[in-house]
Design a protein around this ligand. Structure first.
Ligand SMILES: [Zn+2]
Length: 138
């Protein structure tokens, strides 16, 4: 889900689409990194399923002492987002002050610069912004 600017220009934005892994046996969605194993039924046949990109913040952490690659971005918010499809997506939440963020906030995915690589290459990934207009999941 994170690609460098070089990969970005080669692969284009479609590679950065938001997806989860759907089990073909029980249809339960797993987070995108669960490529080989369904946690619900143990099935091994997982296919990518695109997500609409909206969800709700269910938990978050404010990072004050970031790893080296993210120095200069602190403080920043890393959220646990429950997508409207029901699957968990951990991702940074940007454009909002850490003191203004709260659990239950509606968020939507956006493509942003993620970090500067060790050789000056720029990495892009999905981040989330507050989405005041989107309707809560029902
Ligand atoms: Zn399954």
């Amino acid at each position: 889900m994170t690609v460098s600017a070089i990969e970005f220009s080669r692969l284009g934005p479609p590679k950065l689409r938001l997806y989860a892994m759907r089990c073909t046996s029980c249809e339960v969605l797993s987070p995108w990194w669960e490529h080989h194993h369904c946690y619900a039924c143990g099935g091994a046949d997982m296919v990518e399923q695109e997500l609409a990109g909206t969800g709700e913040l269910t938990n978050y952490t404010v990072v004050y002492y970031p790893p080296r690659d993210f120095l200069g971005q602190e403080p920043y918010v890393v959220g646990h987002i429950t997508m409207d499809e029901g699957v968990l997506m951990p991702a940074p939440v940007v454009g909002v002050a850490p003191e203004d963020i709260e659990v239950g906030t509606r968020v939507k995915a956006t493509l942003r610069r993620m970090k500067l690589g060790h050789e000056g290459d720029i990495y892009y990934s999905q981040k989330f912004v507050v989405d005041a207009e989107s309707a809560p999941a029902t």
